[in-house]
Design a protein around this ligand. Structure first.
Ligand code: ZN
Ligand code: FE
Length: 257
């Protein structure tokens, strides 16, 4: 899995891992850092997020927390939006963010004495410069989910599950060429990747400036999407699109870009 991130959160003794798609790299990190795995937190049931759970539980007896779904191994501490989970003495708020899958969850840790900036684990809902594909949910569900995330504090560290940033930014530049923040961020990320450094975590404040899927009201983007949509339907009149229609067309456009 060349572009998956599994986030390991620890206090130098005990650890939590988010979305372990494989066990081996997690076990190696635990051993290297001298950590005991206590909790496994799952955003959604896709194999690249749950594939390592069974052997990690076998090796460490860690507790598994996540959405109820046949694809998430049992025993499971079943969670849903509005729940709160405590791990390593830290509260994690559970947010329902359907769209990529119906039962997708995100986890938000408000700032605390142990970590000054709030932290968001958002799985395949929000990526830096992009968002997840709509495998199970509707555009309206995903748009609502992204708006839920967009309301979190701007200094929130956004821990996404994939390194898709550069290809997302290519599309972001295409749909909003006048956005100089995106241009600067793209140069920065190209530099990071050329040195083999992850582009993540991002911050929510940055995503609001550069991520087209959080910018479905930005005038230049709306104009681009309307022109794209117009081109698809030869008979369509140049009527303006609603925000959810802009989002749906933008997502469709990205799928074929
Ligand atoms: Zn997924
Ligand atoms: Fe994934």
């Amino acid at each position: 899995m060349a572009d998956n991130y599994f986030w390991l959160w620890h206090n130098d003794q005990d650890a939590v891992v988010v979305d372990p798609g494989e066990a081996k790299p997690v076990l190696e990190a635990l051993q290297r850092l001298g950590l005991q795995l206590r909790h496994i937190v799952v955003t959604h049931h896709h194999q690249d997020h749950v594939g390592g759970i069974e052997s990690l539980v076998h090796e460490t007896q860690a507790l598994v927390h996540g959405p109820e779904h046949p694809g998430v191994p049992k025993p499971l501490d079943r969670l849903q939006g509005g729940d709160e989970l405590e791990v390593l003495g830290q509260a994690l708020q559970v947010l329902a963010v359907p769209g990529h899958t119906k039962t997708h969850l995100a986890y938000f840790a408000p700032s605390s004495p142990d970590h000054a900036k709030p932290i968001l684990f958002c799985g395949d809902t929000l990526f830096s410069g992009g968002c997840g594909r709509l495998f199970e949910g509707s555009p309206q569900e995903m748009l609502t989910s992204l708006k839920t995330l967009a309301q979190l504090p701007k200094n929130t560290q956004v821990c996404c599950a994939h390194e898709y940033t550069l290809s997302n930014l290519k599309f972001a530049r295409h749909v909003e060429p006048g956005n100089t923040d995106t241009q600067r961020y793209q140069a920065h990320c190209e530099d990071l990747r050329s040195k083999g450094i992850p582009t993540l975590p991002s911050s929510l404040g940055l995503e609001l400036e550069i991520n087209p899927f959080l910018r479905t009201q930005a005038p230049e983007l709306v104009t681009s999407v309307e022109a794209y949509h117009q081109g698809l339907e030869a008979s369509a009149s140049m009527a303006s699109l609603s925000e959810v229609e802009v989002f749906a067309a933008l997502r469709e456009w990205k799928n074929t870009f």
